[in-house]
Design a protein around this ligand. Structure first.
Ligand code: PBG
Length: 326
């Protein structure tokens, strides 16, 4: 007598690759990705970042070539980070018209105008102490920092950036940047705010890459406490009120619940930053033969999209696009 009881057999819809493809709920596309580039001063520089295999420090000339490759893979956007030649207390390199990022924007927009160029707006790569703003008595001053961030955003827009993305987590910076952009004739440049950005250990490899590790203390007085969930919705609501066009959750892998909450609660596009540590963990485990790199990568990216991300900032963008284009 066969076992007759269960009429429900979910395995029927997993029988073969075709039916699995037909009922698949989430699919990735290169359109989803934003690829980060690290721009360094100099010429003909292309140096792999040790803790982030497959990612490079590049001078502007090399970055242009790289950007072409990114666009040819079907990835619509890049986000630029700059590593200036000199850093100082106030991070004035951030709004230097001849700064590395400003030069890179001009060169890339000139050669590949269709590629959407986003810039990271923050002070930490430009300050000698590595904090995201002006420091006094061991902490970052909020309101004086806003002026610098606004100047930085405007200088990126002047260089031709399509979108600016403040990652500093100062209060009210979206509004400060929006007002400055509008005042300087850039009302059409959108702001993607790193709205719910957590104080995460998973930024470790990036800080090596951007040479932006704080020289003292940490970022816990401005980035969010990883234990908090409701607070993320408050941060996102504030940024939308202040004029953010896209809101970001960062990191992604350990904050899928937050991505899902934000997606449920608001009607603006949601971005998620699949950060350096998430990338490096998979790369390192794969190198040791402990994990299947391609499958782990696709599973992670799919989970971020499934959680609700419309856009994914990821160092895997090129690898994933190559797979998806196959
Ligand atoms: C700058 C910034 C950071 C990242 C993006 N923008 C680092 C930080 O806050 O320390 C992290 C990106 C990554 O880890 O991939 N504030």
């Amino acid at each position: 007598m066969p076992f007759m009881f269960p009429y429900q057999r979910p395995r029927r819809l997993r029988k073969n690759p075709t039916i699995r493809r037909m009922v698949r709920e989430t699919s990735l596309s290169p359109d989803d990705f934003i690829y980060p580039l690290f721009i360094k001063y100099g010429k003909n520089v292309r140096k792999e970042i040790k803790s982030m295999p497959g990612c490079y420090h590049e001078s502007v000339d090399m970055a242009v070539r790289h950007a072409k490759e990114v666009y040819s893979l079907g990835i619509p956007a890049i986000i630029l980070f700059g590593i200036p030649e000199h850093k100082n207390e106030t991070g004035s390199g951030a709004f230097d018209p001849q700064g590395v990022v400003q030069k890179a924007i001009r060169a890339i927009k000139n050669k590949i105008p269709e590629l959407y160029v986003i810039t990271d707006v923050c002070m930490c790569e430009y300050t000698s102490h590595g904090h995201c703003g002006i420091v006094k008595d061991g902490d970052v001053l909020n309101d004086p920092t806003l002026e610098l961030l606004a100047k930085e955003a405007v200088s990126h827009a002047k260089a031709g950036a399509d979108m600016v993305a403040p990652s500093d987590m100062m209060d009210n910076r979206v509004e400060a940047i929006r007002i400055a952009l509008d005042g300087e004739g850039f009302p059409e440049v959108p702001v993607m705010s790193y709205a719910a950005k957590y104080a995460s250990a998973f930024y470790g490899p990036f800080r090596e890459a951007a040479e932006s590790t704080p020289q003292f203390g940490d970022r816990r007085t401005y980035q969010m406490d990883p234990a908090n969930r409701r607070e993320a919705l408050k941060e996102v609501a504030l940024d939308i009120d202040e004029g953010a066009d896209i809101v970001m959750v960062k990191p992604a892998m350990t904050y899928l619940d937050i991505i899902s909450d934000v997606k449920e609660s608001f009607d603006v596009p949601v971005a998620a930053y699949n950060v350096s540590g998430e990338y490096s963990c998979i790369k390192a485990a794969a190198k040791l033969g402990w994990i299947e790199e391609e499958r782990a990568m696709m599973e992670l990216l799919t989970s971020i999209k499934r959680a609700g991300a419309d856009l994914i900032l990821t160092y895997f963008a090129k690898d994933a696009a190559k797979l998806l284009n196959r």
